[in-house]
Each structure stands twice: as structure tokens, then as C-alpha cells.
Write a protein that binds this ligand. Structure first.
Ligand SMILES: [Zn+2]
Length: 191
């Protein structure tokens, strides 16, 4: 039986800790621990323990008090802010959304941007990340779900707007042209 901390000199204890650390770091032991953690009985035992721990009134009161402490609140908000600002998190979210909404990977997006010469497929304005309205938007066919290409913000909005009106782009363009040719306010000579 290994010695307890209280029975050791600090040097002895450091040696024991070091040995323990090395043992746990050994690949074979790590693999064993991984397998052990995956066993259904281990998982069930851990869950039961956590359930019991988290539902006890003392624990709940403790957690609530901790949540309400002003310094903890600030700490939490600071953490969330830093977390959200982390470029890796942003990248991860972007990848997650792309996959979830359009079934494509980040690499596919990059390939599309390159294929479109970094420009909106309709108005040809160059894409950029910081200027408003020129961030690439994934445009997809709402009936089939297939990705059609990348549009800038306004073009993407216009496409969706025309579709919602139930017009074809040509029909919409004709109406717009007719309006510009005969502006109602001038025709009536209101002023
Ligand atoms: Zn555009």
C-alpha cells in the first residue's frame, strides 16, 4: 500500500507524485484508462454520482450562491467574452453552421471563393470580411437544398426577396424598369 501524503516528507511525496504522473502518461496506461472510462458500468456509476451530487439541496444552494456572487458573475462574463472572441471558436462555429445548414465544409467554401475570383457571383463586387455587405453568403436552392454559389449580402437578399414575391428575376427587372421609365410621382405631376 502506498504511503499517504501525511506520512511522507515533502521530498518523498514529490517522488510519489512524479512516479504516478509517469505511470499515467504511459501510452498503454492511457489507453487502458480511456477504455475504462468508456465501460457502460463506469459511465453509469459516474452519472449516478453526478446526479446525486448535483441534485442535493446543499450543492444546489452552493452553486446558486456561487452564481450570484458579483465577482463570479464578472469572471463568467469575461470568460464568455474571451471565448466568443477566440478566432478558433469563430472558425469552429462557422464550420459547424456550414455543415449544418448547407452540408459543406470550410474547404468547400474556400474553393468556391477562389473559383468565383473572390467576387460576388451577381454584382462582381469583391468579397471582404470587414466591409459591411460584402461578406460572402452561401446561396442555395430552397427547393433542392443544393448550394448554388456565393453572393454578397444585398444580392443574396434581393434574390430571396424576388423569390418570395413569386416573380422571376426577369419579371422583377421589367417592373423595376417600367417604374423608372414612368415614375408615378412625375406622371401625375404632383409637384
Ligand atoms: Zn453582389
Amino acid at each position: 500500500m502506498a504511503k499517504r501524503k501525511a506520512e511522507c516528507t515533502p521530498e518523498e511525496w514529490a517522488l510519489i507524485r512524479e512516479k504516478d504522473r509517469k505511470r499515467k502518461a504511459k501510452p498503454s496506461n492511457k489507453e487502458w484508462a480511456r477504455q475504462y472510462e468508456k465501460r457502460p458500468e463506469t459511465i453509469a456509476r459516474r452519472k449516478a454520482y453526478e446526479r446525486k451530487r448535483d441534485t442535493s439541496p446543499e450543492r444546489r444552494a452552493y452553486l446558486k450562491a456561487l452564481r450570484d456572487r458579483p465577482d463570479q458573475r464578472e469572471k463568467r462574463l469575461a470568460f464568455i467574452k474571451a471565448y466568443n472572441a477566440d478566432p478558433r471558436v469563430k472558425e469552429y462555429r462557422k464550420a459547424y453552421n456550414l455543415k449544418k445548414m448547407y452540408g459543406i465544409e470550410l474547404q468547400d467554401l474556400t474553393r468556391l471563393v477562389i473559383f468565383q475570383n473572390g467576387c460576388c457571383a451577381t454584382c462582381s463586387r469583391p468579397f471582404s470580411d470587414d466591409t459591411k455587405g460584402t461578406k460572402p453568403h452561401v446561396d442555395h436552392d430552397h427547393d433542392t437544398g443544393a448550394v448554388r454559389g456565393l453572393l454578397c449580402g444585398p444580392c443574396n437578399t434581393v434574390e430571396g426577396f424576388i423569390r418570395k414575391l413569386g416573380l422571376t428575376p426577369a419579371e422583377y427587372a421589367a417592373r423595376l424598369q417600367a417604374y423608372l421609365d414612368n415614375p408615378p410621382a412625375q406622371e401625375e405631376q404632383l409637384w
